[in-house]
Design a protein around this ligand. Structure first.
Ligand code: RIB
Ligand code: CA
Length: 313
């Protein structure tokens, strides 16, 4: 089993990533750490607890940084709503975050490990960057960083930049320069896994508590994606990171030198990916360039089926 920590900003697609990570025989989800991103930290940490409580999974949640390292905070309420997880109606809370901050949790967990933990980030990389600065020795303890973020083509918050990187480009720079193996799952592939209504219908027929949550989430998420981007199906960005760990053949990657743009006003937060190796610089990441889309939806269905049957009210 691959041991992972999922650092996220739920967020509808983050919630589906939690579903996949929390109930897959290939993975041991050590914890969910949360960060400000799609919504405020108050919302993302509550949302992570609500999702795990709904799923009936006893995975600890740690709240992390409530703002980026340098730039002002930017949320994505237009996509994820005022709670960050609009759509589903969650029952009264019984699950709450741990008292410990996510950054010291990440540090002590990595330092106590044999170097076998994969850090998966599906929000701004603030928590991991802070951990790397506070205790640089954790770098050698990170098996791999798998991030949803960036793109070697267009952005989604500016023409140049993708949200997770743009929201804290300095944090992304720290992580990309940590000297650890990186898999960058960017918009280039996440925009290929579009949750069309036929997919929602397919998952609704499963009839588990997880599939019910998937449907409630996607009905909201797909509507806002259509309103904002005119897309018929919502791109399921974050779960692609987890699915690629469940099935390592899912993604096709290309080694590239990737540098995060920090100084340009127009291109701040862009992941400058040297696709053709023009610059002759060292490779810094394996960048996803293609995905087996039918296999991805099969993985999602297989995961949702593993949960308990839906309890009808
Ligand atoms: O650009 C997409 C990413 O930004 C996803 O992780 C989404 O949840 C938001 O965090
Ligand atoms: Ca996210």
């Amino acid at each position: 089993m691959e041991r992972i920590i999922l650092d996220c900003d739920p967020g509808h697609d983050d919630a589906v990533a939690i579903m996949l990570a929390a109930n897959s025989p290939q993975l041991e989800l050590l914890a969910v750490t949360t960060v400000a991103g799609n919504q405020t930290l108050e919302n993302t940490r509550r949302n992570a607890c609500n999702v795990l409580q709904w799923l009936g999974r006893d995975v600890p949640v740690y709240a992390g940084c409530d703002r980026p390292l340098v730039r002002a905070q930017q949320i994505a309420a237009d996509i994820h709503g005022k709670t960050g997880l609009d759509g589903p109606v969650f029952p009264p809370r019984t699950k709450f975050p741990e008292a410990e901050h996510a950054v010291p949790f990440i540090i002590r967990t990595l330092m106590a490990s044999d170097g076998d933990i994969t850090m998966v980030t599906t929000g701004p990389m603030t928590n991991l960057a802070m951990a790397l600065r506070l205790e640089p020795r954790i770098a050698e303890k990170i098996r791999r960083i798998v991030l949803m973020g960036g793109s070697y083509q267009n952005g989604n918050v500016t023409p140049a930049a993708e949200f997770n990187i743009y929201a804290d480009a300095e944090a992304a720079h720290i992580c990309f320069t940590a000297g650890r193996p990186i898999t960058m799952v960017g918009l280039d592939v996440t925009r290929k896994v579009l949750c069309y209504s036929a997919v929602v219908d397919r998952m609704e027929r499963i009839g588990t508590r997880a599939s019910r949550l998937f449907v409630e989430l996607m009905r909201f998420f797909c509507q806002t994606q259509k309103e904002v981007y005119g897309m018929e199906g919502g791109p399921l960005h974050d779960p692609l990171t987890i699915a690629s760990l469940i099935d390592p053949t899912l993604l096709t990657t290309k080694p590239m030198n990737v540098r995060v743009e920090l100084r340009s006003s127009d291109s701040y937060g862009r992941t400058n990916c040297d696709y053709y190796g023009y610059l002759g610089l060292p490779v810094t990441a394996d960048v996803a360039v293609d995905v087996n889309v039918p296999r991805f939806w099969d993985i999602v269905e297989e995961c949702l089926r593993r949960y308990e049957p839906e309890v009808t009210p």
